[in-house]
Design a protein around this ligand. Structure first.
Ligand SMILES: C[S@@+](CC[C@H](N)C(=O)[O-])C[C@H]1O[C@@H](n2cnc3c(N)ncnc32)[C@H](O)[C@@H]1O
Length: 247
């Protein structure tokens, strides 16, 4: 499947954000390993950015394969990765990977495209998973993003001065839209569109793909009145939640 916006948006996002510093993902990597629940020998990471999360995980996992859509990010990852990480530049919707993995992760970004695209991705994940393997996938929570509709803010005044973002919500299709631009030229904007799912909806979609959800882990939530981020939130209020799925 082709999403014209995905190439343009993530390339732009990478130009603005750049590479994550060494050590940035240590805590998240430990959380992933804890959620996997048992020692992981082989892991597949989808949407791997510059490979920094995989590098943090590679200290504890014997073999990791990453898939990343944007050439510049995959090339950066390849230039820094240790020998136990294989880097694939391609799309997780149609890439061919012969191995099976103990754990598959897709951190932040699920929801590109239609419901059918998500179903196909979940079927791919099932195909790449060992019989007793698991996947950890972050899902955007619609109830949170409804509240964010119309909110505008600076990305990070310190590290990205003049870069703004606006959230919009498509209430019919349950899609959150995240538009970025330089404040001096709003016309040069780029938007990501991510389909949001309630815990019940994603449960049903996973079932259709032959996967069972065995855990839900809520992330934090933004309070749009105080514009403060709270680290802890309920499953209904969180910005996104992680699901753990098995066959
Ligand atoms: C929101 S970013 C998250 C990056 C990283 N996982 C993190 O948590 O910081 C989504 C990532 O998925 C990648 N991506 C989007 N669509 C993809 C596809 N079809 N195949 C592979 N990677 C994709 C993007 O280029 C980007 O690196």
């Amino acid at each position: 499947m082709e999403n014209n916006w995905a190439n343009e948006f993530y390339k732009m996002q990478y130009e603005f954000i750049g590479d994550y510093p060494e050590g940035y993902h240590t805590e998240s990597a430990n959380e992933i390993l804890e959620q996997a629940g048992k020692p992981v020998q082989s892991m597949l990471e989808l949407g791997a950015w510059d490979g920094s999360m995989a590098r943090a995980l590679s200290k504890h996992v014997k073999q990791i394969t990453t898939v990343e859509l944007i050439k510049e990010m995959a090339e950066k990852a390849e230039s820094l990765n240790p020998d136990n990480i294989e880097t694939i530049h391609g799309s997780f919707y149609d890439v061919s990977i012969p191995q099976k993995f103990d754990a598959i992760i897709y951190i932040d970004g699920f929801g590109v495209g239609t419901d059918e695209d998500q179903l196909n991705l979940l079927k791919n994940i099932k195909h790449w998973m060992e019989e007793d393997g698991c996947a950890l996938i972050d899902i955007y929570q619609p109830e949170h993003w409804k509240k964010a509709d119309g909110i505008e803010m600076y990305l990070s005044p310190r590290t990205m001065p003049h870069i703004k973002r606006r959230y919009t919500y498509d209430f019919e299709e349950d899609i959150m839209m995240d538009t970025w631009w330089h404040e001096k030229d709003e016309k040069l904007n780029s938007t990501q569109y991510l389909k949001c799912y309630t815990p019940d909806e994603i449960y049903k979609l996973c079932k259709q793909a032959g996967l069972n959800i065995i855990g839900y882990y809520p992330h934090g939530a933004m309070d749009y009145e105080s514009m403060k981020y709270n680290e802890h939130a309920s499953l209904e209020e969180c910005l996104s939640y992680r699901i753990k799925v098995m066959k």
